[in-house]
Design a protein around this ligand. Structure first.
Ligand code: TMP
Length: 216
């Protein structure tokens, strides 16, 4: 069976997690083996890098280099092997988050991010840019107005470095996701996350049925 790579994106507070779990169960019910993972993270090394990125103050370039370093390890150790086995890989965030957060949110150079993406998601280091880029088969984008996300996040738990950013930061991040969607519209499934959890789940499942990846 062919591997399937699905990423989940959205600003903090968009409510991805419960839907990722539901989707995992739906694929397993169809007899698929699921690899459930996240970014930054997914390997011991990448989880250590995650702690640094989410907690330590640093400039935007350092942040970008660390999230892509974590991604490199994750792609090599977990994602590519799982896809080779024919798994469904459900990844809570992938490189669109770097464009949205480090690019649009923190103002790091977009083209530099594209270069890092080509290196990290290409093949081996030599001539990586010439190889096919590993990208999700579909990216489920939970789109939510930043004001709604802010009210959902308020008081939920101790915020990390990104969660404690002002609403204006998330407006920029949301703009970054929109820009990524415009550059690859066929890859993105935009979900209106400003609905009840049931309605959101229905849209997520429908997006996968429409692509023939989940049976009705
Ligand atoms: P999470 O809270 O959804 O697990 O995401 C972790 C945080 O890391 C979230 O605020 C977004 C941020 N992030 C980046 O800034 N760049 C990245 O490349 C990734 C994957 C996440």
């Amino acid at each position: 069976m062919q591997g399937l790579f699905i990423s989940f994106e959205g600003i903090d507070g968009a409510g991805k997690s419960t839907h990722i779990d539901a989707l995992s169960r739906a694929f397993e019910a169809q007899g698929r083996h699921v690899t459930l993972t996240r970014e930054p993270g997914g390997t011991p090394l990448a989880e250590q890098l995650r702690e640094m990125v989410l907690q330590a103050p640093m400039d935007a370039m350092t942040e970008a280099l660390l999230v892509f370093a974590a991604r490199r390890d994750h792609v090599q150790q977990v994602i590519r092997p799982a896809l080779m086995r024919g798994d469904v890989v459900l990844c809570d965030r992938f490189s669109d988050a770097s464009f949205a957060y480090q690019g649009a949110g923190r103002g790091f150079d977009w083209h530099m991010l594209e270069t890092l993406e080509a290196w990290v998601q290409g093949g081996d280091a030599a001539g990586a840019a010439a190889q096919t880029l590993l990208q999700p088969d579909v990216t489920i984008w939970f789109d939510l107005p930043p004001a709604v996300a802010a009210s959902r996040l308020a008081g939920a738990r101790v915020p990390d470095k990104f969660e404690s950013q002002p609403e204006a930061f998330f407006a920029q991040v949301a703009g970054g996701y929109a820009k990524r969607q415009q550059s690859a519209p066929e890859r993105f499934a935009r979900i209106n996350a400003n609905q009840t959890p049931d309605a959101v789940r229905h849209e997520v499942m429908q997006a996968l049925r429409d692509r023939g990846w989940l049976t009705p």
